[in-house]
Design a binder for this molecule. Structure first.
Ligand code: SF4
Length: 185
């Protein structure tokens, strides 16, 4: 199985979720958010094709990373490959964040016709959902560009069967990760 990526894996990011992360920049997006900062990732024929098995091998050899972040582009346009990667990342102890222009509710609806979308949710720790809205842009937001976008605690959302957001207060995020750390930013 292949996946189109906009770039090779990017290690050591500290701005794409809690901790130190490896970002997987997927290629392809049709949401067309005005003022998108990554327009080069929109073309579904752009970027390069990578073998998912090679990506998994690269993940296996990572050191010093807390997790992976699926970004783009929109990872959900390559759902089969993204599920495979997210499942593998979880199996080797990496937590998984995913950015998407879809809403959580959209993903649940898409899951009614393609269960892969629901399967992906099983492997996510955090979903950052919604399109970028320039009018709602703020530099004070954590890990997202506009205030309509949500930091969704996916395991708690699945458990509660309603949207549960990551708590934020005064610049301190209570990290819900297995390490139970507090991240000060
Ligand atoms: S979803 Fe992301 S990549 Fe796609 S147009 Fe919107 S901001 Fe750009």
């Amino acid at each position: 199985m292949e996946i189109r990526l906009a770039a090779p894996l990017q290690r050591d990011s500290v701005v794409d979720g809690f901790g130190v992360r490896t970002v997987i920049w997927t290629q392809g997006c049709s949401h067309n958010c005005p003022f998108c900062q990554n327009p080069q990732t929109h073309d579904f024929e752009g970027g390069c094709a990578f073998n998912v098995e090679d990506i998994k091998e690269e993940l296996k050899n990572l050191t010093g990373q807390d997790g992976i972040t699926l970004s783009g582009g929109d990872p959900l346009f390559q759902i089969d490959a993204v599920v495979e990667i997210a499942k593998y990342a979880k199996s080797i102890g990496l937590n998984v964040w995913c950015y998407t222009g879809f809403l959580y509710e959209d993903i649940v609806n898409m899951g009614k016709t393609n269960p892969k979308y629901l399967e992906l949710l099983q492997y996510l720790d955090v979903l950052v959902d919604g399109k970028f809205v320039n009018e709602l842009k703020s530099l004070n937001l954590l890990f997202r560009g506009s205030s309509n976008q949500r930091l969704i605690d996916v395991p708690q959302t699945l458990k509660a069967e309603k949207i549960v957001l990551i708590p934020e207060s005064d610049g301190i995020i209570e990290n819900f990760s297995k390490k139970n750390e507090k991240i000060f930013i």
